[in-house]
Design a protein around this ligand. Structure first.
Ligand code: F6R
Length: 345
């Protein structure tokens, strides 16, 4: 299977002269192969109900099946669950009659492709500079990349023992052992599974009630490193990065933010009740993010499409915090088709 097709956007007037934006579509041979595996399971399952499908599954060669599915598989994103669904249509090759339609709510294939790209960029950083500083994010976007990094570590390909980390943000008021804290998230999804040293991990301290003191402390940590070598980011539907919400200025340093209703709504699925979602967070500021030598933003799904389009080709404005990335010298965007769907062609 070949690599992903890379689409290099022309650096026209809409894209900052220095910004190197690589958008990577996920329609590629290796994805189709992964979908093929899932489709095999789907067809097997559906064949109990659909006679004609079972014939298609049994009779068609692998290449034939792939060619039907190439245009019959359509990804969509459910913002409620965070699941990317593949709607699948199976056609009778002779009559082109629609045989069945189903939503395959398991979308590992799509998420895997993006995650592999993001993980590869991080792995390259760790290999080329073992003592690197990795800027890390939480949320659903980076989880797949973390899984890949864990797999590669377990396979002996990566050594994190000299790495340090700088996490973007933390909820105010949650202790590190609260299962909704970002410290907990990072341990669960990455740190507990690799050989990174606890003393090299940095994340704002959500239990520190002294906001000014905590922000100054964290800025000191970022300054001492001279910024991250690589900063991984997700993006909010409103264009936030870290917890830097839309506003009238780009805030340079680490700051304590009041979360917007849009962010509270997006995060409440993780809490038992909406009232439990913290209202404040400490976040690395825009200055800290821009200090990173390279920024990698992972965006997935249609509900990110507007934010991605504004980030890449809209005006640079604190109303869309991520738009500042147009000025970054080494900005890599890894996105699926849905997240790129509002880009001007
Ligand atoms: C997380 C963070 C946030 C998320 C953003 C997207 O540390 O800083 O900016 O990256 O809210 O979240 P997901 O990936 O869950 O869509």
């Amino acid at each position: 299977a070949g690599g992903l097709a890379a689409l290099l956007l022309p650096s026209g007037a809409s894209v900052g002269a220095d910004a190197r934006i690589v958008a990577e579509y996920i329609q590629s041979p290796d994805i189709m192969e992964a979908i093929d595996e899932e489709m095999g399971i789907f067809l097997h399952f559906s064949s109990r109900e659909h006679d004609s499908i079972s014939r298609l599954a049994a009779d068609a060669t692998r290449d034939e099946r792939l060619s039907y599915w190439r245009w019959a598989v359509k990804p969509s994103f459910d913002p409620e669950t965070g699941i990317i669904a593949l709607s699948v249509k199976a056609y009778d090759p002779a009559t082109a009659k629609n045989l069945a339609e189903a939503v395959l709510a398991k979308s590992e294939a799509l998420v895997n492709a993006m995650s592999r790209r993001a993980a590869a960029v991080i792995a390259a950083q760790v290999v080329s500079k073992p003592e690197c500083v990795l800027g890390l994010a939480t949320g659903s976007s980076p989880i797949g990349a973390y899984k890949k990094l864990i797999q590669w570590y377990q396979a002996g390909a990566l050594d994190f023992s000299a790495c340090s980390t700088l996490n973007l943000d933390e909820y105010v008021g949650l202790t590190p052992d609260n299962d909704q804290s970002y410290a907990y998230f990072m341990r669960q999804n990455l740190f507990d599974h690799i050989n990174i040293k606890p003393e090299n991990l940095n994340i704002p301290d959500g239990t520190n009630p002294d906001a000014a003191g905590e922000c100054a402390r964290y800025d000191g940590v970022i300054e001492a490193f001279g910024g991250a070598d690589l900063q991984l980011l997700g993006i909010g539907r409103n264009g936030h990065i870290g917890f830097n919400e839309p506003g009238s200025v780009f805030v340079r340093g680490t700051n304590c933010v009041q979360l917007t209703q849009s962010t509270i709504d997006a995060n409440k699925r993780f809490f038992a009740r909406e009232e439990d979602v913290p209202r404040k967070a400490y976040t690395m500021g825009i200055g800290g993010i821009m200090m990173a030598r390279r920024v990698v933003l992972v965006a997935c799904g249609e509900d990110k499409a507007e934010a991605v389009a504004k980030t890449v080709s809209g005006p640079i404005t604190p109303e869309v915090p991520a738009s500042i990335l147009q000025l970054h010298r080494d900005f890599v965007l890894i996105a699926d088709e849905a997240a790129l769907s509002q880009l001007e062609k």
